[in-house]
Design a protein around this ligand. Structure first.
Ligand code: SF4
Length: 391
């Protein structure tokens, strides 16, 4: 693959909005006016609570929205040099299925054991994918599938196992191997650490990081120490069933990674930049070191998100997110915000990478944050219904 021009974003999203038409003429605004860019060799972590719209955004980029979805804005996927740019939101299904998904956008799924075909071995699935995406034919197919497994550190002696015979970590590696076959310039990882214990989370983010950052070619894998569970066991996270060695990548190319996650600890481990989503809106975009370190987030919701971590002050955010089908006219975080004022009755725009009326300019953060206001915040929103969880 010829690499993309690194001065040009691999993915440029501008004003992306998704809303769903519901029965009775109602609409659910799952994503509103999302704007960000992502360059080769960079990881952007899109974070936020469940139901905030981040997975809907990923589905929009992959052309996998249901029929009642309406989109606006643009999502521009750059070439490599030998391929034309593609506008993802308006590309037809034929283009998306034949030229984009798997080839130019690799998907690392949320639940790899469900993503893999249960009645076919990992080898069979890799061989089919290599044949379809890379055009490799027998007798080279077996070797090419083995190399594809190596790139994700999937052990060769587990290739003839079925998905239900794999641990959670190995299923994740098998799914990652499939995502890497097409040599896509953009990887999209949707909650890749869900259901994994902390040790597996660390290994998964390490592996993903290696696939986006250029590194020298290096040689083969030391013997792995994987022990998959018994064939009758369900796939489950297990540190003992996880490779303890470095992967055997035969080469590294710079890729861009959009990682969608509610796991802030994983995001801190892997991200170069962080985009925080709340009620369908991106409310802050920040350098990951500033966000997780000093001076910290600028948006009150983002600060509360970090404060809720057990590793920090373990203070839950009061109240509940609003229903996406019944968003207020102003700032959707106002009912939960200890900085809310009358100004917050108007929707704040994302300016200087933060959507909050009183947030100080980046250069004055955090010293210039105003004292807690005396004005009463608006009433707390009602708890969400199941419908709002659609996002
Ligand atoms: S705009 Fe107002 S309510 Fe919204 S986060 Fe900022 S201070 Fe809080």
């Amino acid at each position: 693959m010829t690499g993309p021009d690194r001065s040009t974003p691999v993915l440029a999203v501008d004003g992306l909005s998704v809303r769903f038409r519901m029965r009775g003429g109602r609409h659910i605004a799952a994503v509103s006016d999302a704007t960000f860019a992502l360059r080769s060799g960079e990881c952007l972590a899109l974070v936020g609570e469940s139901g905030c719209g981040k997975s809907v955004l990923a589905s929009a980029l992959l052309g996998l929205l249901p029929g009642n979805a309406e989109t606006a804005g643009t999502a521009h996927l750059a070439g490599p040099a030998d391929a034309a740019p593609v506008e993802l939101l308006t590309a037809d299904e034929r283009v998306l299925s034949r030229a984009i998904r798997g080839r130019r956008v690799g998907l690392v799924p949320q639940t790899p054991s469900a993503h893999l075909t249960p009645v076919r071995t990992v080898r069979a699935q890799l061989e089919e994918t290599v044949r379809e995406l890379a055009g490799v034919r027998r007798p080279e197919l077996r070797r090419a599938a083995r190399e594809a497994a190596d790139r994700a550190a999937f052990p060769a002696d587990h290739l003839d196992r079925y998905p239900h015979q794999l641990s959670g970590g190995l299923a994740q590696r098998a799914a990652t191997a499939l995502a890497l076959v097409g040599d896509a310039a953009l990887l999209l990882a949707d909650e890749p650490t869900t259901g994994l214990d902390r040790d597996l989370v660390d290994r998964t983010v390490d592996a993903l990081r290696r696939h986006i950052s250029p590194a020298p070619v290096h040689q083969a894998t030391p013997p792995h120490q994987d022990q998959a569970p018994a064939a009758t066991s369900p796939a489950a996270p297990s540190p003992a069933a996880t490779p303890a060695t470095e992967p055997a990548d035969t080469e590294h190319r710079a890729r861009a990674l959009l990682m969608i996650t509610h796991d802030l600890v994983a995001a801190e481990c892997i991200a170069d930049r962080v985009a925080v989503m709340y009620a369908g809106h991106i409310v802050e975009i920040a350098d990951a070191r500033d966000f997780f370190g000093d001076p910290g987030p600028r948006h009150p919701y983002a600060r509360r998100l970090l404060d809720a971590l057990p590793e920090r002050s373990f203070t839950p955010i009061p109240g509940m997110p609003p229903e996406l089908g019944d968003l207020p006219a102003g700032c959707a975080f106002a009912p939960r915000c200890d900085q809310a004022t009358e100004r917050c009755a108007a929707l704040p725009a994302l300016l200087d990478d933060v959507a909050c009326h009183p947030a100080p300019p980046r250069a004055q953060h955090p010293a210039a944050w105003p004292q807690r206001p005396t004005a009463a915040a608006p009433r707390a929103a009602e708890p969400r219904t199941d419908e709002a969880h659609h996002a």
